[in-house]
Design a protein around this ligand. Structure first.
Ligand code: FES
Length: 178
């Protein structure tokens, strides 16, 4: 265990005393409950904001289960992220109608413009790109959800316009803060 802790990056929540306290509390309260792993990972995502690889290793160690089990759950549910989410989230609907309607091309476009794949955040911490399941707006496929706002019938050439809405929001926030 000590060896593992020595190898944890200094900026990881496991290495930061305040965040480690939160992680330990969540683990102590839930690790012996049936279905405890899911509860723990949910709480970590909500309270820390992500579940890093070191956090996954720590959870596995404390619960005495294989790291692969923890990793399997984290990678299966798109709700979990392994890095902090950006200030804004762009989600691409991967439901059948949206997929057939052109979401893969939109994802490619996003990659060209933002330089990140789904599951990643732009280096400035502004935008996280994610995939999601059907959001119930199939008649407007392909659908992109920006923060909580649904944009329908998005064509690749319209995507930069959507990005501008995110940039405008960011500008407004920094103007209000100034
Ligand atoms: S498949 Fe995308 S909204 Fe239903």
């Amino acid at each position: 265990m000590l060896k593992f802790l020595e190898s944890v990056p200094a900026n990881d929540p496991v290495a930061k005393p305040e965040q480690r306290q939160i992680i330990d509390r969540i683990l102590n309260e839930n690790k012996n409950l049936p279905g405890g792993l899911m509860v723990i990972l949910n709480e970590l995502q909500n309270q820390i904001g992500f579940v890093s690889p070191s956090m996954q290793q720590y959870v596995a160690y404390r619960m005495r289960i294989p790291v692969s089990t923890v990793h399997g759950v984290v990678s299966f549910y798109s709700f979990f992220t392994t890095t902090p989410r950006g200030r804004h989230t762009i989600k691409f609907c991967m439901g059948t109608a949206c997929y057939v309607g052109g979401v893969p091309q939109l994802i490619e476009k996003a990659k060209q413009i933002l330089g990140v794949d789904p599951g990643q955040t732009t280096p400035d911490g502004n935008i996280t790109v994610e995939l999601c399941r059907c959001v119930g707006a199939c008649s407007q496929a392909p659908v992109v959800v920006v923060d909580e706002e649904i944009h329908g019938r998005v064509r690749p050439n319209k995507f930069p316009q959507i990005l501008r809405t995110v940039q405008d929001k960011e500008k407004q926030i920094s103007e209000q803060a100034a």
